[in-house]
Ligand binder design. Structure first.
Ligand SMILES: [Zn+2]
Length: 273
């Protein structure tokens, strides 16, 4: 597990409720609803640090009404020593292909969650990155850097053409709950420039983009991915919490990456490759 919060059953109190912002953001019929979410692009299985098998994750995603699941197990790095190497990922792909054959109406995408190097570069070459359906980049530690340097690193990773999604943009895991001091405005501006999606962390126990940053992302034209980062099957349903947060922030369906159907989302993920 990369954070205790994945298994918490008690949620910390929220600092403050969202203000009534939705009304001035967009007509109500354009605001995202939980039922608009068609799939999830950030989840983990027993192949790395998830609690459940890939088959269980897929079965649960289908049972809760989703049309696709992006499995994004960790690649082996110094911060995820039990992550997959390419050989394991190739075997995982065979399992994904078997599951896809058994569930032809449900799409399964093979992504990878990758910890960026300290300088914002990625530890895999382009050919390996391209082999996956999509790449999520995370920053597991801030290396003791100041806000400016940390933000520089995140912007560098976002600029990589094969990075689809920046996970945990506020850096809540970087310092185990302490503020990482990310300059989120610069991060969102870079995401808009390089067309990289930013994650709205849907786990109720973790910090997420606040309403003003969700709104800023939308104004800048940044795609937001509502992601439970589920490490067990039951947590997949957390996407509903993320969608409700986004709706309260005044975020429209068209801003949310995973309101796309699986054809559209595959097209989006393949752009620039
Ligand atoms: Zn994750």
């Amino acid at each position: 597990m990369d954070s205790d919060c994945h298994d918490d059953r008690t949620c910390p109190p929220r600092e403050a409720p969202f203000p009534e912002v939705a009304a001035d953001a967009a007509p109500a019929d354009q605001l995202v609803r939980p039922c608009d979410i068609k799939g999830i692009l950030h989840s983990h299985s027993r192949w790395t640090d998830g609690a459940h098998s890939l088959a269980s994750m897929v079965a649960t995603a289908q049972e809760i009404g989703l049309d696709y699941l992006g499995i994004s197990d960790h690649f082996r790095t110094t911060t995820h020593i039990n992550g997959m190497d390419l050989q394991a990922a190739q075997v995982q792909r065979q399992e994904i292909e078997r599951l896809r054959a058994l569930n032809p109406a449900f799409d399964i995408l093979q992504g990878v969650e990758l910890d960026a190097n300290g300088d914002g570069t990625l530890p895999l070459d382009e050919a390996t990155l391209s082999w996956f359906d999509f790449v999520i980049v995370s920053f597991p530690a801030n290396g003791g850097y100041d806000s400016g340097r940390l933000t520089d690193q995140i912007v560098r990773a976002i600029a990589h053409p094969l990075v689809a999604i920046l996970a945990k943009p506020m850096g809540e895991f970087m310092l185990q709950g302490a503020k990482a001091g990310v300059d989120i405005k610069r991060v969102l501006e870079a995401a808009a420039k390089y067309d990289t999606a930013i994650e709205v962390t849907a786990n109720p126990c973790c910090a997420e983009l606040d309403w003003s940053n969700c709104r800023l992302a939308q104004e800048l034209g940044v795609k937001l991915a509502i992601s439970p980062d589920a490490h067990r099957a039951a947590r997949l349903v957390d996407y509903r919490h993320g969608a409700e947060l986004a709706r309260a922030a005044g975020v429209c369906c068209s801003t949310i990456l995973n309101t796309m159907d699986h054809f559209e989302v595959r097209r989006y993920l393949a752009r620039g490759r």
